[in-house]
Design a protein. Structure first.
Length: 278
């Protein structure tokens, strides 16, 4: 049976897309009050345009039990209308031993996510429980798209031969831990030089790349610096730029337009570099 990385590539190939839609429901911005109705409309409108969906668990947990029910219904709906799409639970969990095992069970077995995001700053034993199943993917928060990432992630650390920033040391460690070929990295589109450096050091790992759209990341650089040598194994995530493209009754159609625009822009870069879809 194929592993997570193969599943991710198949999802991208099916829709000829590297686009990942972040499903971050904010009641102050949604044009309809029902979270599941909002998500369902977004998914229905974009299913043929994107390869992945990334619900951020914080938004659903903040709504209590109803939010968790809406998340469950959203995951089920994606399975029904976009069966090849990869569903990423943006949880950024991180803990030791039995706690990490419990988080892994909850996210992969209870919620049935195909992949998750985690925080690995506790070291290898906080990562190991999440990567046991080769069919499930894990994206480690490596270099954030937010301005505050410089506070710690850019700090210089010593190695046997040189001094490297902490985010790069994290990336290299994850590459060593990736025995099941299901470990990836989160690196922001807002830091193209760091993205380039991490990709050069980790040439085959999948990257989840936030920061395009509302955060103003450089899309062309994200595609060129974030993809592997074939222009694959990169997920370009946009949340607010797609799901809140309109605050009116046409919000789903607007989301589809923005998702298609993003896919087209990405594919134009790939085509220009001789890495287009077959």
């Amino acid at each position: 049976m194929s592993g997570f990385t193969e599943r991710l590539e198949e999802a991208s190939k099916t829709t000829k897309s590297l686009v990942c839609v972040g499903l971050d429901p904010d009641s102050s911005r949604m044009p309809v009050p029902d979270v599941f109705a909002f998500n369902r409309a977004i998914v229905d409108a974009t299913a043929e345009l994107v390869c992945a969906y990334k619900p951020n668990l914080a938004y659903y947990e903040a709504m209590g039990l109803q939010g968790l029910e809406d998340l469950h219904k959203t995951v089920t709906h994606i399975r029904n209308v976009a069966p090849t799409a990869v569903i990423i639970g943006d949880a950024k969990r991180g803990d030791i031993g039995p706690s990490a095992e419990a988080y892994a069970k909850a996210l992969f077995e209870v919620w049935d996510f195909d992949a998750i995001t985690i925080n690995a700053w506790g070291g290898h034993d906080t990562v190991t429980p999440f990567i046991q199943n080769h069919e499930k993917g894990v994206f480690v928060w490596c270099r954030g798209s937010n301005p505050g990432s410089t506070d710690f992630q850019d700090l210089q650390t010593e190695t046997d031969v040189s001094s490297v920033p902490l985010y790069l040391k994290m990336a290299l460690a994850c590459q060593e831990w990736d025995a099941n070929n299901n470990l990836g990295l989160v690196v922001g589109a807002t830091v193209p030089e760091q993205l380039k450096q991490v990709r050069a050091s980790c040439p085959t790992m999948p990257f989840l790349i936030p920061g395009v759209g509302a955060q103003g990341g450089d899309l062309e650089a994200a595609v060129r610096q974030g993809g592997d040598s074939r222009g694959r194994r990169a997920l370009i995530n946009s949340s607010r730029g797609i799901i809140y493209a309109s605050g009116g009754a046409d919000f789903a159609q607007a989301a589809a337009r923005e998702a298609n625009k993003l896919r087209t822009s990405i594919n134009e870069v790939l085509e220009a570099d001789g890495k287009g879809w077959p």
